[in-house]
Design a protein around this ligand. Structure first.
Ligand code: ZN
Length: 123
């Protein structure tokens, strides 16, 4: 008799533990789903906003960039760059240096490359 009671108590205990475990798992899944929805809504809204704004940005930026390339600053750049060349005597047309300019590694470089920063600064 005592053995049967023990057996029943054991089964009831296992069932209760299993019920608690299922409840925890179901609660966890519900919590995860809720958290996923809470995270997904602002993320989705942000993603849509980014898509729309980047599309708008691109469509407005392209004509502006083309305008600045074809505008007077492009002529000024090519005029300045045409001065940064070696003349017939092999001197730098930009600064008049009689020797070849060298880059930071000691290799000969073109006057245009060497004076690039100065040219950009004058634009
Ligand atoms: Zn020079």
């Amino acid at each position: 008799m005592a053995k049967i009671l023990l057996r029943v108590a054991q089964i009831v205990g296992v069932l209760v533990l299993a019920g608690i475990a299922v409840g925890i798992v179901v609660g966890l899944v519900q919590w995860l789903l809720g958290a996923a929805v809470i995270v997904a809504i602002p993320l989705g809204a942000w993603w849509i906003y980014k898509q729309v704004s980047s599309r708008n940005h691109r469509s407005t930026a392209v004509p502006g960039a083309q305008k600045s390339l074809a505008g007077p600053s492009g002529d000024r750049r090519s005029e300045l760059e045409s001065r940064a060349v070696l003349d017939a005597a092999g001197r730098c047309g930009w600064c008049g240096s009689p020797t070849l300019h060298k880059d930071e590694f000691g290799f000969p470089t073109t006057p245009l490359t060497f004076h690039r920063a100065e040219i950009d600064a004058m634009l």
